[in-house]
Design a protein around this ligand. Structure first.
Ligand SMILES: [Zn+2]
Length: 315
């Protein structure tokens, strides 16, 4: 299709369109996305006026886990971040290491660094870090009800545009794709990263799963995801914001397969038949899930996974 509309990243007028429905909760609807034929960027043509409707109270980032779960996960996180306790070791063995530990290691984050999480929701990820020894952690999200404090962790109801102070490490953990004007946001984040600091943006990316599943790809997440970058469109945006990509780690998981297979069969993520809710009652057996895990690792090695972590530095 050739028309007046253009790719918001590379300005190309050559694109194809696809219509997708809301599938996490099974709310349906028709949301049109444009896929740029030049840079591969996929973006929502028109943001629905009632977008908040698609963030119901049970949306995952607003959930508050139980006290005991929080206690155990806090021990697990402290262990993953180097504070060795028996209970932490047992929890890490049971549920795996805290993923933040890997990101922090990769970015060389120190315990005294000024850390900012942009779009932290109710701050579940951050709250787990309260015993891990970090002295300065702040999370911000304009859509939470109010401010919270958990020991050294401050969670504030605000946007990145409200901040002026510098940080050593800023992360966006699957929040970037929910934001309008991504380049403008990147420019603001570049202002907030101190010299020598790192900006980590974790996002879904256009990979093999998009090609396979199209409107049923779980990473599209219509209409909450306003755009999904390709590696090329992400690189162009970073450059426009004066940022340099220091490293890219593909970290897609089995989720891209089982959740998209469910969407193909109209099984919402938030349903009793969903694999993460009820593995025994799902449409998958253990072998299939193992196979999906292997395929995800393979795609990550080939840089075709559907999620990536971009480690950025200021120029
Ligand atoms: Zn483009």
């Amino acid at each position: 299709m050739e028309s007046q509309a253009q790719c918001s990243v590379c300005s190309s007028r050559s694109y194809s369109t696809i219509v997708a429905a809301e599938k996490m909760f099974g709310m349906g609807g028709h949301f049109q996305y444009r896929e740029c034929r030049d840079c591969g960027h996929v973006e929502l043509t028109e943001v629905p006026q009632d977008i908040t409707r698609y963030y119901p109270a049970n949306y995952y980032s607003f959930r508050q886990p139980s006290a005991i779960k929080t206690f155990l996960k806090t021990k697990r996180s402290a262990y993953s971040h180097g504070q060795r306790t028996l209970i932490g070791a047992l929890m890490e063995r049971k549920i795996g290491p805290d993923p933040t530990a890997e990101w922090f290691r990769h970015a060389g984050v120190r315990k005294t660094d000024r850390i900012l999480d942009v779009g932290c929701g109710s701050g579940i990820f951050l709250r787990d870090l309260r015993e891990a020894g970090y002295t300065s952690i702040m999370g911000i999200d304009p859509y939470i009800e109010r401010d919270y404090q958990y020991g050294p962790i401050h969670i504030k109801k605000m946007s990145a545009y409200d901040l002026k102070q510098k940080f050593d490490f800023i992360m966006l953990n699957h929040s970037f794709e929910h934001m309008l004007e991504p380049v403008k946001m990147m420019q603001q984040l570049a202002r907030l990263v101190d010299k020598g600091g790192t900006l980590l943006i974790r996002v879904p990316v256009i990979g093999e799963a998009w090609k396979t599943y199209r409107e049923n790809w779980v990473g599209l997440d219509a209409p909450r995801h306003f755009f999904i970058p390709s590696v090329s469109s992400f690189s162009i945006m970073a450059e426009q914001a004066g940022l340099r990509i220091h490293d890219v780690v593909f970290d897609s998981t089995d989720f891209q397969f089982w959740a998209s297979e469910q969407y193909k069969r109209n099984i919402p993520l938030e349903s009793s038949q969903s694999y993460d809710r009820n593995p025994g009652g799902s449409i998958f057996n253990a072998d299939q899930i193992q196979d999906y895990k292997k395929r995800a690792d393979q795609l990550n090695r080939e840089q075709k996974g559907d999620q990536a972590s971009f480690y950025l530095k200021i120029n």
